[in-house]
Design a binder for this molecule. Sequence first.
Ligand code: SF4
Length: 85
Amino acid sequence: MVVTGDDHQRLGANAEHWVRWQNNRAFMRMSEGHCAALEIKPSANGLQFVCAIYEQRPQTCRDLARGSPQCHADWSTKADHAQPS
Ligand code: SF4
């Protein structure tokens, strides 16, 4: 997930915790095969996916409408790979 200058500014004091640099480009840090800000928790319906930085999330995430077909496809992919902690 690319992090633009505006995204980095929105992340505020926590930006360097969430961002990894590759040359001069910033990306969301990955953990266990997915964005490090993604919290995966067991729920009554299976797994619950929560963004730990929802209000500060990058613009690319904002552009993906919650519940859209693209979003559901992403959930399915993550559910296939994720294990609750
Ligand atoms: S919405 Fe949150 S958890 Fe999902 S990719 Fe964006 S920053 Fe990561």
